[in-house]
Design a protein around this ligand. Structure first.
Ligand SMILES: [Zn+2]
Length: 391
C-alpha cells in the first residue's frame, strides 16, 4: 500500500536541527515514510493533494492521564482520545493512570494496574491513536525486583513521582535508578499539589531524584518559582511545558532554555484529563502560545511537540523522515486568520486548521471537527478518501 502526498507548501520535519525541509511531496509505503522530496510521482494507491498547505508530523502529548479505553472518569467524558485526534494528536504518553476509581496503592496492586494498562493500550488504539499506557505511581516499599517484574511484563514508563507516598529525593533516587536500569522512562510532578492530598515537589527533590523528564515544569497547575525553574534548565533533563499549567512560567522556561541553547530538551504535554478538563486542542494551544508570545519560530514549536518528545521516549514517530512511522497532519491557516499559512497563523496566535490526519499512512480523519476550518483543505484525488464526515 503506497500513498503519495503532493503539493505541500511547507513541510515541518519534527527535527529541531532542521525544522523545515526543502520538499513538496512525501511517499509513504507500508505505513512508513519512504521518500521525502520534490516533485515525487510514481505509482501510488492513494494520492492526496495538499493544495499548497503545510505537512507536520502527528502531534505527541507527552503528559496524558488515561485510564482504560477512551473514557476518563476524571471528567466523565467518552471519546476524549478520538477528540484529541481531531486536535492533531497521534501519540499520547501516560503520566500515570491516576484517575482509576479505587486506584490501588499497595505494591501488588500498583504493579498490576501498570501492567494491565500497558498491555490493554498495546492491544487497543482508540481512534487509531497510539496510547502508551502503564505508568506506575511510586509508593514506599517498592524494591528493584518490582521494577524488573514490571519491565518484563511490558511496562516502559514511570508516572509522575510525587502523586504517591514517594515524595522526597532520598526515597525517589534509588527507585529512579532501578527504573532506568530496567529501561523505563521516568517523569516527576513539580510545583504545588494538583489536588488536595497530593504533594508539592520542589526543584531540590527533582535534582536528587534525577528523572528523565521534569514533568510540567510550568506547573500542574501551580508552578515552581522562576529560580527553581532556572536550576532545572541548567541540567540535562527534558523540560516539559504543559497546557494545564502556568502560561507565564511556560514563557520563562522557554526564554531560559533559549539562553542555555537547550530547546531540544523542551517537550509539550497537555496534563489532561485533569481538573482543568479534557482539552483536545491543548498541545496546539501551547504551540501557538510559545510561537506568538514567546517569539519562538513556529516550526521549532511544532518540533517540541513531535521529534523532541519522540527522542526522549525512544518512539519511532515524531518526524517526517524515511523509515519513521507515517503519522502526520495536513494543516493550514484557519479561515479568517491574518496569517496566510499554518506557521504564520501560529505566529499571530491563531490555531491552525487541520484538514487531514494520517496514522501509519492511513487517513484517520479529513477536516477536523475541533479546529477552525483550514483555508485550504487537502483532498484525496486518487483512491479511497477518509471515511465519515467531519464537523
Ligand atoms: Zn502533576
Amino acid at each position: 500500500m503506497r500513498t503519495l502526498i503532493k503539493n505541500i507548501g511547507q513541510l515541518v520535519s519534527g527535527d529541531l536541527e532542521r525544522p523545515l525541509l526543502d520538499a513538496d511531496s512525501v511517499l509513504i509505503a507500508d505505513g512508513k515514510f519512504q521518500t521525502v522530496g520534490r516533485g515525487l510521482d510514481g505509482d501510488a494507491d492513494i494520492v492526496i493533494d495538499a493544495k499548497g498547505s503545510t505537512l507536520i508530523p502527528g502531534l505527541i502529548d507527552s503528559h496524558c492521564h488515561p485510564v482504560f479505553g477512551d473514557f476518563t472518569p476524571r471528567q466523565r467524558t467518552m471519546d476524549f482520545i478520538e477528540s484529541g485526534l481531531n486536535g492533531g494528536l497521534t501519540t499520547m504518553i501516560s503520566a500515570g493512570e491516576v484517575h482509576l476509581p479505587g486506584r490501588p496503592k499497595d505494591i501488588v496492586g500498583l504493579k498490576a494496574l501498570a501492567i494491565v494498562a500497558a498491555k490493554a493500550y498495546a492491544n487497543l488504539r482508540p481512534a487509531g491513536v497510539k496510547v502508551h499506557g502503564g505508568a506506575p505511581i511510586l509508593e514506599l516499599g517498592l524494591v528493584e525486583e518490582d521494577f524488573a517484574e514490571m519491565a518484563r511484563a511490558g511496562v516502559k514508563l514511570v508516572g509522575e513521582i510525587g502523586l504517591g507516598s514517594v515524595k522526597t529525593g532520598k526515597d525517589a533516587a534509588p527507585m529512579v535508578r532501578w527504573a532506568k536500569k530496567h529501561g523505563m522512562t521516568v517523569t516527576i510532578h513539580t510545583g504545588g499539589p494538583s489536588i488536595a492530598g497530593s504533594n508539592p515537589i520542589s526543584a531540590e527533590v527533582v535534582l536528587e531524584a534525577d528523572p528523565h523528564v521534569v514533568g510540567h515544569i510550568n506547573g500542574g497547575t501551580t508552578s515552581m518559582s522562576e529560580r527553581e525553574i532556572d536550576s532545572l534548565v541548567a541540567t540535562s533533563m527534558a523540560l516539559e511545558i504543559v497546557h494545564c499549567g502556568n502560561g507565564k512560567t511556560a514563557l520563562h522556561t522557554l526564554a531560559r532554555a533559549t539562553d542555555a541553547r537547550a530547546l531540544r530538551r523542551i517537550i509539550i504535554g497537555n496534563d489532561a484529563p485533569s481538573g482543568t478538563g479534557v482539552v483536545p486542542l491543548g498541545i496546539l494551544r501551547v504551540i501557538a502560545h510559545l510561537a506568538s508570545l514567546g517569539g519562538l519560530a513556529p516550526e521549532a514549536a511544532v518540533c517540541m511537540a513531535t521529534g523532541n518528545t519522540a527522542r526522549v521516549y525512544g518512539l519511532p514517530v515524531g518526524q517526517v523522515a524515511a523509515g519513521r512511522e507515517a503519522d502526520c497532519c495536513i494543516v493550514d491557516a484557519p479561515v479568517g486568520s491574518v496569517g496566510r499559512t499554518a506557521l504564520e497563523a501560529l505566529c499571530a496566535g491563531d490555531l491552525f486548521g487541520i484538514s487531514m490526519v494520517l496514522i501509519d499512512g492511513q487517513i484517520r480523519i479529513g477536516r477536523s471537527r475541533n479546529t477552525p476550518p483550514a483555508a485550504r483543505a487537502a483532498e484525496v484525488v486518487k483512491g479511497q478518501g477518509p471515511v465519515g464526515g467531519a464537523h
